[in-house]
Design a protein around this ligand. Sequence first.
Ligand code: DAH
Length: 336
Amino acid sequence: MLEKIDALLVEVQNFQSSAKDEIEQFRIRFNGKKGVLNDFYEFLKQVPNEQKKDAGQKINTLKQAVNGKLEELKTSSESSLILEKEDLTRPAFPLELGSRHPINLVKNKIIDIFKSIGFAVADGPEIEDDWHNFTALNLPEYHPARDMQDTFFIEQNPDVLLRTHTSSVQIRYMENNEPPMRILAPGRVFRNEAVSSRSHCIFHQIEGLYIDENVSFADLKQTIQFFTTELFGKSKIRMRPSYFPFTEPSAEVDVYWGLNSETDYRITKGTGWLEIMGCGMVDPAVLKNVNIDSDRFSGYAFGMGIERIVMLLYQMSDIRMFFENDIRMLEQFKTL
Ligand code: DAH
């Protein structure tokens, strides 16, 4: 009986098929209830004890060969099934494209507008020291204006903190470059404030700085007017006197949004005017802090929050949406 095994092993090894019914017949012939292997197990019961070990091993070799072959046939018949079903000439599935975050969409728009009139993009760290975030900007320790910009401290005495505005980049840039300079500094800023639908402890600003000989307030006004016309299609602006320690004089800029719809009434509180940025002529004390000759050079600076502009442009009502990264919100910006 056992002498049949060698021939059976050859038969198993040589068997090839991808037809389901042929494979099933093969399985039944070897592994079925009345199959070859069960015959051998029956036979094994009668084998004298001293020969049982050798016989068992031989039968086991056959069993392993059968199971190995069945496994091999299974995978090859699966892949041939795929080949039958799939049309390999069909074009590939399109790649899913992501979308830009609305903050970046608007940030890039603003950068493009200022780039077209000669501004370059500058960058600075989000973790700042006291000098660049406050003191050099004419906000010395104990200055009351610091109260409006409480932040998160990483170390104290000397202070290392999360920057409260992008104005710190003004200082870093002026320290390392010579006038004339014309830069835009976009970035993330932080304030120790309660989070609500209108304010957040993290938000984004864009800072502008222009230093040269004979820069005037009229230059500032015209640049801002160009900007509002490009971004909103609105050229009517007004500048209200304001206070910032690093500019003198300082102003707040309002755009005339109009009162054409109910939304206009709501977002402008019935006035038609919308505040969009702070600005002013760089204070000579700031120029002195960065060793720029304030008798020869003057300049203007401005700073605006990006979130509020995004909310305005896309009629979004809750600032927290920007940081939740809900796909349902982000997907709406795919085509922009
Ligand atoms: N840094 C100011 C803030 O965060 C905004 C600002 C106002 C920036 C006037 C300026 C400026 O450059 O000239 O509230």
